[in-house]
Design a binder for this molecule. Structure first.
Ligand code: ADP
Ligand code: MG
Length: 622
């Protein structure tokens, strides 16, 4: 009889458990800060070196541990937070699994120094790859200091998956910021490579929020508060004036714990139906409080997911509370800075000492140009292209008779006046030979082609034309850029700032010039010419939210087309827009210049044909 099965040694089971909780330096930080919060700390300091790859340290002034507890805390399933089954139903702490410390200690060089208030001295325990190397008394202030060095030194596969120091630092800062939002009454300091990223005094939620959503954005938030079915919903939400391309501005907390939950997200988006465009997301910080027994956080080791006991009740409470506020369109009623939610600018704003963005290297430019050649595979241009941006772009010259109110001039007008001579004299393609009937609803162009009625979505067409122009510019080296007369600032997440730094060369090729402006703020010095006169801030937000996920320049090049389509999308005027005959003619001409796959970059159709026969059938003539 052979024995195949053995019980794994604890160092190995800890390593396996670490696989679930410890993904990168930021996840270590999350676990350590949660422990500090559970220990009643009021002041928490986070230090990292090389984005946390070399060192992560969390220092708190919490209740600390005795020598015995400190040793026990490194054992698997050792916790002070629950004792019996029933405690799981009434969790008031962030932790309860007793897994974080042994997991982290099993994949790093780890040291725990801790002192209880009542004790004259502290205890320091040094662990290497899960093995205790040293236990000794040490002098220290009451509280706990945990130092994690060389994360994954004994897990090469994991080690490889860590990103650059800047990227990891961005993630760390985001995690700390998120936890700081969840507990405004706790002071937080975050230091990276001896540079203070931010120091946050105890404050209120709105001030804290300005750290993650930007202080400009936080001025456009509206307080929400309500209670339904025993579930209280509190926080701040944005109106239609402040949206994002993804869920990055959505912060939801259940009983103080940051979570990402489908039910919560769905309820939230339901409440925003009709308030913001489809495909856009609000900026929200929502604190949902309910009896601990009503929600199960023991779904995943990272505890980012939850399960509601009464899902429908939770959904209704969240949706209902938000709808009550959003239904009143508070953004219409009050935008004056004297509103109660426009608190003074926080005194403890983060100061992120971002090093200057490196200059674009020629290599970057060449890589992007090459990517444009390879991935776009444009047919050779049939005719000379127009240097001017497409018609419906804000940079497009308006007809001289256009009333001043139609102009969106943000910068002085550097665009040369419209030169009709630049148009080809003869209609040569399908679109330019159409007979223009007129415009419908200021959104559609109606044309005739023989016995067909051709309906063109002017927005989709302009976007496609802009996209084509951008592709051509990119192939020529870089997107045409324009310096802003009044540079604008944009506040971002720390990961997004890190991405801007990492891809600064590529971004320059896309026509952007971004400069660090302190804190998590960038200054937009130049933007693609097509969007320079429109608000470039939302575009920058969208682009950085996109590229923040990219691990490498290769990923950037792969996504070039979708990035260009983002720029194209932002370059055209949305919604109804009156066009005169000549503008329609110009658009049609440019459409012939464009490599039309009969769809805009988003895949929506650009034109639709109704035949005479179809009309005759409608009118029962056939
Ligand atoms: P959990 O948080 O799930 O209990 P951990 O492995 O994260 O598990 O921590 C184990 C135990 O160590 C905790 O239950 C707590 O008693 C103690 N501990 C960890 N960090 C601290 C800290 N910063 N201050 C005081 N006690 C701590
Ligand atoms: Mg814990």
């Amino acid at each position: 009889m052979s024995q195949r099965i053995t019980i794994l040694p604890e160092t190995l089971t800890n390593k396996i458990a670490a696989g679930e909780v410890v993904e990168r330096p930021a996840s270590v930080i999350k676990e350590l800060i949660e422990n500090s919060l559970d220990a009643g700390a009021t002041d928490i300091m986070v230090e990292i070196v090389a984005g946390g790859r070399r060192l992560v340290r969390v220092t708190d002034n919490g209740h600390g541990m005795s020598r015995e507890d400190a040793l026990l805390s490194l054992e698997r399933h050792a916790t002070s937070k629950i004792k019996v089954d029933a405690d799981l139903e009434h969790l008031l702490t962030l932790g309860f699994r007793g897994e974080a410390l042994p997991s982290i200690a099993s994949v790093s060089r780890f040291s725990l120094a801790t002192r209880e208030n009542s004790s004259p001295e502290g205890t320091e325990i040094v662990v290497e790859g899960g093995r205790v190397r040293d236990v000794k008394a040490c002098g220290m202030a009451p509280g706990t200091v945990i130092t994690v060095e060389q994360i994954f030194f004994n897990m090469p596969a994991r080690h490889k998956f860590m990103k650059s120091a800047e990227t990891e630092a961005g993630h760390v800062a985001d995690v700390v910021a998120r936890l700081a939002v969840s507990r405004p009454e706790i002071a937080f300091t975050c230091v990276s490579d001896d540079r203070e990223l931010f120091r946050l005094q105890r404050s209120d939620l709105l001030r804290r929020l300005s750290l993650v959503v930007g202080k400009d954005s936080s001025r456009h938030l509206f307080p929400v508060t309500g209670e339904k079915g025993g579930i209280s919903v509190q926080g701040f939400v944005s109106g239609p004036g402040l949206v994002r391309s993804g869920t990055q501005g959505i912060y939801t907390f259940i009983n103080g714990r940051f979570i990402r939950d489908k039910v919560v997200q769905h309820a939230l988006m339901q409440a925003y139906r009709g308030v913001i465009d489809r495909g856009r997301y609000p900026v929200v910080a929502l604190f949902i409080e309910l009896p601990p027994g009503e929600v199960d956080v023991n779904v995943h080791p990272t505890k980012h997911e939850v399960r509601f006991r009464q899902q429908t009740v939770a959904h209704e409470a969240i949706q209902g509370t938000l709808e009550e506020l959003l239904g009143n369109s508070p953004w219409l009623i009050s935008s004056a800075p004297s509103t109660p939610f426009a608190l003074p600018v926080p005194t403890a704003l983060p100061v992120l000492a971002v090093p200057p963005l490196p200059n674009v290297s020629q290599a970057h430019k060449e890589r992007i140009a090459a990517a444009a050649q390879v991935s776009l595979q444009l047919p050779p241009r049939r005719q000379a292209t127009y240097g001017e941006p497409p018609l419906l772009s804000d940079t497009a010259p308006f007809r001289p008779s256009a009333p001043p109110s139609e102009r969106h001039s943000r910068v002085s007008d550097p665009v040369p006046p419209f030169v009709p001579e630049s148009l080809p004299p003869e209609p040569t393609g399908y679109f330019s030979s159409l007979t223009i009937i007129g415009q419908f609803h200021n959104e559609y162009i109606l044309c005739q082609s023989g016995s067909e009625l051709v309906i063109i979505d002017q927005h989709a067409a302009s976007e496609r034309v802009a996209f084509q122009l951008l592709k051509q510019q990119c192939q020529g080296g870089s997107v045409e850029s324009q310096r802003l007369l009044f540079p604008e600032t944009v506040e971002l997440t720390f990961s997004e700032v890190a991405a801007a730094e990492r891809f600064s060369g590529e971004l320059t090729t896309l026509g952007f010039e971004l400069e660090p402006f302190g804190g998590n703020t960038l200054m937009i010095a130049a933007a693609p010419r097509m969007v320079a006169r429109k608000a470039p801030v939302p575009l920058i937000r969208d682009i950085l939210a996109d590229i923040e996920r990219f691990g490498s320049s290769a990923a950037f090049s792969d996504a070039l087309e979708s990035l260009l389509s983002r720029i194209a999308c932002h370059s055209v005027i949305r919604g109804p827009h009156l066009l005169d005959h000549r503008q329609i003619r110009e658009l049609l001409t440019r459409m012939d210049e464009t490599d039309f796959a009969a769809s805009c970059p988003h895949g929506r159709p650009v034109s639709h044909v109704v035949t005479l026969v179809e009309l005759q059938k409608i009118f029962k003539r056939l």
